[in-house]
Design a binder for this molecule. Structure first.
Ligand SMILES: [Zn+2]
Length: 469
């Protein structure tokens, strides 16, 4: 059985939503008082959206207030609000005051252990090629290269990340025909070289013993490298770049998710992959939380609530796909979902799957219609979720294809998946493959493949954050 969850991106940060709720509530109260029918209708919609927010965030005070609003505005509009009325009488009228602007707690930065496995020893230009020498040879898996196009600034960026690598001193790099080259300690354990230009470059590179040699493919190089005289300790420039990521391994406990080929279980496979992703992200200095770290059951709503509480920058739910046995050998592939507010956009299949997946512990959420959820979706967050989905999908596929044959890309998809309603940050759901497909299932069960998958996911995340800092 397919287990797609639903995804959502409500866009505000946690504190923003509280402030936002207060404002919306005041506005709704104003509309309600006006006596004008269309304004009362707006009030009604506001209250329903607030109710949704309250359910998602377990905010009893807001829930009570919004129910009161729904009932009084609904009655005046002759809308059937009996269900809400009933719920209202069961909620406590001792409503907690709405949170004012939440007080930002100072977060204690987690200490990152800095590995000193590889040290950059020198940087030079030679015959038009940039040569970075390390203390020892860097394995290719420690090097991550990717290209980006910055639409806003109309720049091409070529990025080399050297993992577990430290800068010994600062270098200023110049090339007469390249706009900008920067080399910096991007994270405690990652050294990053960025070549930026307004035209596309044909960059070639190789790892040759202890050197990374980059040919930017630009004619007539007149170049100079000069180490800054004073040797200073490497500065970790992007403290701010350390992000908080919540990983959500699907299912768990009695909910085993899909059962596949040779009885492989989705809940186990996705947990193993999530653990690998977590390990890699932590190594990069990110904060990572998992909605479950063992085989325990976690309710759907709790998963996104958890991400909200942790103030995650992104939420990634990890699942494995399945089809009925008769099609098992035919259907394989990796796909990434994001939730969109375009109700017509989901494929029939996505709708069916979402329905199946959504049913269990969503009593509260099922209570009101899908459109209510969709109303509170913010376009900007949807766009971010979509970008995240594309970055993940592209990098997962690229990474796996380097080592495995026949890896199938079934694309980035959108649909009315509303199980994960309530994540207040860009959120996506990855279907890492079909656990029912003989080849894909065998791969999914192996640690080497899981690690590759995790590498691809992490690269996708890094790329997303680079483009959406
Ligand atoms: Zn699933």
């Amino acid at each position: 059985m397919l287990r797609l969850l639903l995804l959502f991106s409500l866009l505000f940060s946690f504190s923003a939503i509280a402030a936002d709720s207060t404002k919306t509530l005041q506005r709704a109260d104003r509309f309600l008082k006006s006596g004008n029918k269309s304004e009362i209708f707006r009030a009604y919609n506001d209250y329903k959206n607030l109710y949704l927010t309250a359910v998602i965030n377990n905010d009893e005070g807001l829930r009570h207030r919004s129910l009161e609003g729904i009932v009084s505005s609904g009655k005046r509009l002759h809308i059937d609000v009996a269900k809400y009325d009933k719920e209202l009488s069961s909620t406590s009228s001792k409503s907690k005051p709405l949170p004012k602007k939440s007080i930002k707690k100072k977060e204690t930065k987690k200490k990152v252990t800095v590995s000193k496995r590889y040290m950059l020893r020198s940087v030079n230009w030679k015959d038009g090629r940039l040569i970075l020498r390390l203390n020892k040879s860097l394995p290719s898996k420690q090097l991550n290269y990717f290209k980006l196009y910055d639409k806003k600034r109309k720049k091409y960026r070529y990025v080399f990340d050297m993992h577990d690598t430290q800068l010994d001193k600062h270098y200023k790099l110049h090339h007469a025909n390249i706009q900008r080259i920067s080399l910096a300690q991007f994270r405690p354990n990652t050294l990053r070289l960025v070549i930026e230009h307004d035209k596309a470059l044909k960059i070639r590179f190789k790892l040759d013993r202890n050197a990374l040699i980059i040919n930017p493919g630009v004619k007539k190089p007149v170049e100079k490298t000069r180490p800054v005289k004073k040797v200073t300790a490497p500065v970790v420039h992007d403290r701010m770049m350390a992000k908080t990521i919540v990983l959500d391994p699907g299912h768990g406990g009695r909910d085993g998710g899909a059962v596949g080929y040779r009885k492989y279980r989705e809940k186990m496979v996705v947990l193993q992959i999530s653990r690998e992703v977590s390990k890699l992200l932590k190594k990069e200095g990110h904060k990572v939380y998992m909605t479950r770290s063992d085989d325990s059951a976690v309710k759907l709503q709790k998963r996104t609530q958890f991400a909200n509480i942790k103030k995650a920058d992104i939420f990634i739910s990890i699942h494995a796909n399945a089809v009925p046995k008769r099609n098992a050998h035919k259907v394989s592939g990796i796909e990434t979902y994001f939730l969109s507010n375009n109700t017509d956009s989901g494929s029939e299949r996505a709708k069916r799957v979402a329905k199946m997946e959504n049913s269990k512990d969503l009593k509260d959420v099922n209570f009101y219609g899908q459109t209510d959820f969709i109303n509170i979706l913010n376009r900007e967050k949807i766009k971010r979720s979509e970008r995240l989905a594309h970055d993940l999908q592209r990098n997962i596929l690229a990474t796996l294809k380097k080592s495995y044959k026949g890896v199938k890309d079934t694309g980035v998809r959108e649909g009315p998946f509303w199980v994960l309603v309530g994540a207040q940050m860009p959120s996506v759901l990855i279907e890492v493959g079909f656990i029912t497909h003989p080849t894909e299932a065998l791969r999914l069960g192996k640690s080497a493949y899981q690690k590759k998958m995790a590498e691809g996911i992490v690269q996708g995340i890094e790329q997303y954050f680079l483009k959406n800092p």
